[in-house]
Ligand binder design. Structure first.
Ligand code: DAH
Length: 354
């Protein structure tokens, strides 16, 4: 066996591979190529047979070279198959007019595949409903900042420096002195400034964080929807009317409400908005802790100092603000027992299997 015989087989094979690339590539063509170079009647098989006729000195190196060639052929064929599969997937997608960069399903098959891999979280589903109600009421929607400065979280909201009221918010703090926001009220002054001047109609949705001992009803991470309405002549009656209209749209029933005084440095007066329990109609149940009432939001007329901080003249304009806690409502509405399941990413929970 001549060395040149082995290298001429390799040359021929490489030339054939080149010819195959492109449109003439197919699984059958690759299989034919593989067969003609490694099959029973192939040149390579013939050379392997000849090994036996070589004297022992030559047999080793020649055998080695043949094996290298065989491996080269095998690997090249595998590579061709991969190229073909990728190429085909691309051509198929183009035929279906698919935008490969689209972050959503565009065909029935891809939708089914996505659906079998995941499911949307009840928080996302309910938030969508809530925001669309506010949208139809004419509010602009914003997303809250999660990591913020003490200025927006406390100072701009009329918390005196170092005042113990800050402790009520149980805020975390990063090593750099930033704060994962403990409420969505951190967006109030920012959003009012964004509007430049009233009217301001804004709803801000976001995640909040507090240093809470975690159990079935308390999470360190939760969601709020903040609302702001500033204009000439806005009154407490407008605040109650707005919150009530939203709650009736969300719960899809008439509600019975009451307000009770509460204290937040950024509103005056401050209130707690209560709804007669929609589950037991006020009789008393687990959802309302047997009180007959659900606390749904903190709210109030925006403090003149906060309006001033946002560049709005409190002698000319008034406004109200609210902060709705979402998580407890989502648990109650969906009969979910443990708040931690909202964050556990357990696919069985998300698919409503458990
Ligand atoms: N930020 C308050 C909290 O997390 C809730 C709140 C109360 C928001 C009164 C408001 C408000 O906008 O006016 O407890």
């Amino acid at each position: 066996m001549e060395k040149s015989e082995i290298s001429s087989v390799k040359k021929q094979f490489d030339a054939d591979v080149k010819k195959l690339a492109g449109d003439s590539l197919s699984i059958e063509a690759i299989s034919l190529l593989r067969n003609s170079y490694t099959g029973k009647d192939s040149q390579l098989a013939k050379l392997f047979k000849e090994l036996g006729t070589l004297d022992s000195k030559e047999r080793g190196p020649a055998g080695k070279e043949l094996n290298v060639l065989k491996q080269h052929i095998e690997e090249s064929c595998q590579l061709l198959e991969e190229q073909y599969i990728q190429h085909k997937a691309m051509v198929d997608d183009e035929k279906q007019d698919i935008d490969l960069t689209a972050p959503f399903a565009t065909t029935k098959e891809s939708l089914e595949r996505l659906q079998s891999q995941g499911a949307s979280n009840p928080v996302s589903e309910e938030v969508e409903k809530m925001l669309s109600i506010f949208r139809t009421m004419g509010f602009h929607i914003f997303e809250a900042r999660e990591l913020d400065t003490e200025y927006f979280i406390f100072d701009s909201l009329n918390f005196p420096p170092n005042h113990p009221a800050r402790e009520n918010w149980d805020a975390f703090k990063t090593a750099e002195g930033l704060v994962p926001t403990p409420h969505t009220s951190n967006m109030q002054v920012r959003v009012m400034r964004y509007f430049k001047k009233p009217p301001v109609r804004a709803v801000i949705y976001g995640r909040c964080f507090r240093n809470e001992a975690v159990d079935v009803v308390h999470g360190h991470t939760f969601h709020q929807i903040e609302g702001l309405y500033v204009d000439k002549g806005v009154s407490v009656a407008d605040m109650i009317g707005t919150i009530k209209a939203y709650l009736e749209a969300f719960f899809e029933q008439e509600i019975v409400w009451r307000i009770q005084p509460s204290f937040f440095p950024f509103v005056e007066p401050g209130i707690e908005f209560m709804v007669r329990c929609i589950f037991c109609k006020g009789v008393g149940c687990g959802s309302c802790k047997h009180s007959g009432w659900l606390e749904v939001a903190g709210a109030g007329m925006i403090h003149p100092n906060v309006l001033r901080e946002a560049g709005i003249d409190p002698d000319e304009y008034t406004g109200f603000a609210w902060g709705l806690g979402l998580d407890r409502t989502i648990l109650q509405k969906n009969g979910i027992k443990d708040i931690r399941s909202l964050f556990a990413s357990d696919i069985r929970f998300l698919r409503h299997d458990v």
